[in-house]
Design a binder for this molecule. Structure first.
Ligand code: AMP
Length: 119
């Protein structure tokens, strides 16, 4: 899939729009979802230009893939989700059969959803 730079997450990475960033690493940025669907709802995105999960896994270098998923786990730890459990979700693709992907922002991202143990 062709990557289109005109999307909110590309703009967050490049500083043209602001996000509530929690953590940034060499290969990822993690920030609070603007419309949270759980007490903890963090989005983790790779810094490279990948439209969706399939594109990322097909085309990213191994270092980027490892760096990204290590970043996801850093968020799990930071948000203290490991004890009670958590959900990871990615919607991949907008225009697949019957709109199955359901992805809205066409820059690959994982949703980290949970309820912090610190309440
Ligand atoms: P998806 O349907 O998987 O593409 O999810 C996109 C997610 O991005 C939704 O949960 C939105 O609430 C969230 N979102 C969209 N724009 C922003 C933004 N500028 N900052 C933070 N979250 C956003």
């Amino acid at each position: 899939m062709q990557y289109d730079c005109d999307n909110a997450f590309y703009k967050i990475i490049h500083g043209t729009i602001k996000a509530n960033v929690i953590l940034e690493g060499e290969h990822f940025v993690a920030f609070h979802d603007i419309a949270p669907k759980a007490p903890v709802h963090v989005l983790v995105i790779p810094k490279g230009n990948y439209a969706d999960y399939y594109d990322f896994m097909e085309n990213a270098a191994n270092e980027e893939i490892i760096g990204f998923f290590k970043g996801v786990n850093q968020i799990v730890k930071l948000m203290k989700l490991e004890q009670n459990g958590f959900k990871l979700r990615t919607n991949s693709g907008k225009f697949r059969l019957n709109d199955e992907g359901g992805q809205e922002v066409m820059h690959m991202h994982f949703h980290v959803l949970g309820k912090s143990t610190e309440e």
